[in-house]
Design a protein around this ligand. Structure first.
Ligand code: PGA
Length: 244
């Protein structure tokens, strides 16, 4: 793992932009694995700016998102598809036929199988990741097998409650109970992995991921085995690391 420690979220996002653009410039028809959450928002903003100012083209790029809630239509404001459109795709010259986010409707088992096949047919040149404060990557919570491929996730009661409060006006019935997520093996198959972690609340997970032993109880620790994994970490999240 290559660990890069930067001052703050802005620097982390700038550094991540460099890595992302490096992949795109080197291979204009690259397959990008993308992520949702608060962490990549500034990176996506910088990618939009770069496209506008420098004309980096996404015409031949294909994208594959890590995960999606099951039970929300693509135009639902809380769906990850909607997040990706509003935070990134709407302002790029990307062909929307080349955009892939697991479908949040239909037969969930079939969707997992289809998405997994899609990933096999389109090896990822880079996978972008955030990290949960418990070390999750995608919806791969602690305890998920390192051999897992795209699978159905039953959301924990606590997650459903948190989401109801944060995103669904307290209405628990509206919160999806399941999600589709790339598995850990899919993430490890990406040629390059770029993980961004910022903020105090990620410090323990980052310490366990980098300094700790590999265990399914800390899903991100699997990345110790990846040949080309870059971790961009701000000072707050790097606070507990032994070697800094
Ligand atoms: P965050 O989430 O970017 O909103 O901190 C990261 C994650 O849970 O994977």
């Amino acid at each position: 793992m290559k660990v890069i420690i930067v001052k703050n979220y802005e620097e982390a996002s700038q550094k991540a932009l460099e890595v992302m653009l490096g992949v795109i410039k080197n291979k204009p028809d690259a397959n990008l694995g993308l992520a949702t959450g608060s962490t990549p928002k500034r990176l996506y903003e910088l990618m939009r700016e770069d496209h506008k100012v420098n004309g980096t083209s996404y015409k031949k790029i294909k994208t594959f998102n890590l995960d999606e809630y099951f039970g929300l239509s693509q135009d639902h404001p809380q769906s990850y598809y909607y997040f990706m459109c509003t935070n990134l795709f709407n302002e790029l010259d990307i062909n929307m036929d080349n955009v892939h986010v697991p479908r949040g409707s239909g037969d969930i088992d079939k969707e997992c199988k289809n998405y997994n096949q899609l990933l096999k047919d389109n090896p990822l040149d880079i996978q972008l990741l955030g990290i949960g404060s418990n070390g999750h990557i995608g919806f791969n919570e602690p305890g998920t097998s390192f051999d897992s491929v795209t699978h159905k996730v039953d959301l924990k009661e606590s997650t459903i409650k948190d989401n109801a409060r944060l995103f669904f006006n307290g209405n628990i019935d509206e919160v999806p109970k399941q999600a589709v997520s790339m598995g850990i093996a899919n993430i490890m198959d990406a040629k390059k992995v770029l993980l961004i972690a910022c903020g105090e609340n990620k410090a323990e997970a980052i310490k366990a991921t980098i300094d700790g032993k590999q265990t399914i109880d800390m899903p991100a620790s699997v990345l110790q085995n990846h040949d080309d994994c870059i971790m961009i970490i701000d000072e707050a999240a790097a606070r507990l690391l032994e070697t800094r």
